[in-house]
Write a protein that binds this ligand. Structure first.
Ligand SMILES: Cc1cc2nc3c(=O)[nH]c(=O)nc-3n(C[C@H](O)[C@H](O)[C@H](O)COP(=O)(O)O)c2cc1C
Length: 229
């Protein structure tokens, strides 16, 4: 973001020489006009799709700092290419609100998906379901189910164990907070195996499962889509 002419020439060169569309992802500047100028520069350079993370470079803590959807809307209104909005998408209500507020063509979510990969299927964690004004019910799916699904994929398509370990912590963080001795046991393993992890999931389930939730009225709709159990 300090070298806009360099970014411009990179995108121009890519757009000219590649036979696939060039997409870009940006953070916003503290000043709205700078952000708009940046977005227009990318569009003029040949960018075909622009994702806008509605936080500045200094706004690192995405859990604490709300993304600026107003700035994303301003970019959406200033360019002709499709815009994807990014930041503060934690469940499907955020998706709908973000699309409505920003006018964006789609949304991106990152951090929340690590904890709840079923977010876009309409499931939400207890954090966003309990205490909400609407009624939620057990979605008959939980993070242990998703972890099993993930591990089976890892068995089929091997990835480094450090990545698997990181995903296990993100996915099962809520369960570990309630059963910290299981996390300590995991941390004590210098090398991991699938046998250990499947056994750990079994132990966590026995200690008490934590469901993912769906809106009462939407449960049937989700199951009818085939995304439920
Ligand atoms: C595991 C992880 C990897 C990421 N990798 C990239 C990346 O390679 N390039 C990038 O522009 N942003 C990356 N991000 C940032 C996200 O795309 C996103 O802009 C940011 O997390 C804010 O969205 P969120 O509030 O939904 O998390 C990554 C985020 C996470 C959690």
């Amino acid at each position: 973001m300090d070298k806009l002419p360099l970014i411009k020439s990179l995108v121009e060169k890519l757009a000219l020489n590649l036979n696939v569309p060039v997409s870009c992802k940006i953070r916003i500047f503290p000043n709205l006009q700078d952000t708009i100028t940046y977005a227009r520069m990318l569009e003029d350079a040949g960018c075909s799709l622009l994702a806008v993370h509605g936080r500045t470079r200094d706004e690192k803590d995405s859990k604490k700092l709300r993304a600026n959807w107003g700035a994303i809307k301003a970019v959406r209104d200033a360019v002709r290419i499709p815009v994807l909005a990014n930041g503060n998408v934690r469940h499907m209500d955020d998706v709908h609100n973000c699309l409505k507020e920003t006018g964006a063509d789609g949304v991106l979510s990152a951090d929340s998906l690590l904890e709840n990969p079923a977010l876009f299927a309409g499931f939400r964690t207890a954090e966003w379901a309990l205490g909400s004004e609407e009624n939620f019910e057990d979605g008959k799916l939980d993070q242990a189910d998703l972890l099993v699904e993930y591990l089976k994929l890892c068995e089929k398509y091997p990835v480094p164990w450090r990545m698997i370990r990181a995903h296990v912590h993100k996915l099962m963080g809520e369960w570990f907070r309630i059963h910290p001795h299981v996390r300590e046991d995991l941390n004590a393993q210098s090398t991991l195996t699938f046998v250990f992890l499947y056994d750990m999931i079994g132990r966590l389930r026995e200690l008490g499962r934590i469901p993912l939730y769906v809106k009462e009225a939407h449960a049937e709709e989700i199951y009818a889509n085939g995304t439920g159990p």
